[in-house]
Design a protein around this ligand. Structure first.
Ligand code: PNS
Length: 165
């Protein structure tokens, strides 16, 4: 597998400014980046996968990100099967806190065991350290302004009632 091709996986429910920051940094490091919306059966979703995909596509287009970025979704099996399909040798994740390390490290070890895929952790800009999709979902559901935490395309969508989907 090619270590110049990387995958940034996530639930992206919804995409946040923290996600875009990690995508921007990763796009500079790799020749090709696949940003993949993955169905996470452990989490109850706010948005359907197709909606998350469309918001990610719009957000990445509007963020003027340097590099080759493909947006896709994956809901039929292991993430490493997607990585194999596109010949990606690296998974990229953002790490904000100790809690993220505890959550991510076992997945990284399993993914390496399963398919010899390495996981690379990036530190997001500290201004995004407190932003999470779950907080955004909560604030949006209660009618709050989330525009400081999400890309403009997501803010437009949520502020026009999209969170009621
Ligand atoms: O944004 P999230 O919810 O933290 O992303 C977690 C995600 C979707 C990347 C993770 O749950 C995942 O990789 N799921 C794919 C299923 C899989 O391959 N599981 C086995 C190895 S971890």
């Amino acid at each position: 597998m090619n270590s110049r091709i990387a995958v940034v996986p996530g639930s992206f429910d919804p995409p946040t400014r923290g996600h875009l920051d990690v995508i921007r940094r990763a796009a500079r490091l790799y020749d090709q980046l696949h940003v993949v919306v993955v169905h996470n059966p452990g989490k109850e979703a706010m948005l359907p996968i197709a909606q998350r995909l469309s918001l990610l596509e719009q957000s990445i287009a509007e963020a003027d990100i340097e590099g080759s970025v493909v947006v896709a979704s994956w809901s039929v099996g292991l993430l490493v099967d997607y990585a194999r399909d596109v010949n990606a040798g690296v998974l990229v994740k953002g790490i904000r806190s100790q809690a993220d390390v505890v959550y991510e490290v076992p997945m990284a070890v399993v993914n390496r065991d399963l398919a010899d895929v390495e996981t690379v952790f990036l530190l997001p800009d500290p201004s995004h350290a407190m932003v999470s999709s779950s907080l955004v979902r909560q604030v949006a559901a209660l009618g709050g302004d989330v525009s400081a935490y999400v890309p403009p395309a997501v803010a437009r969508f949520l502020h026009t009632g999209g969170h009621d989907l």
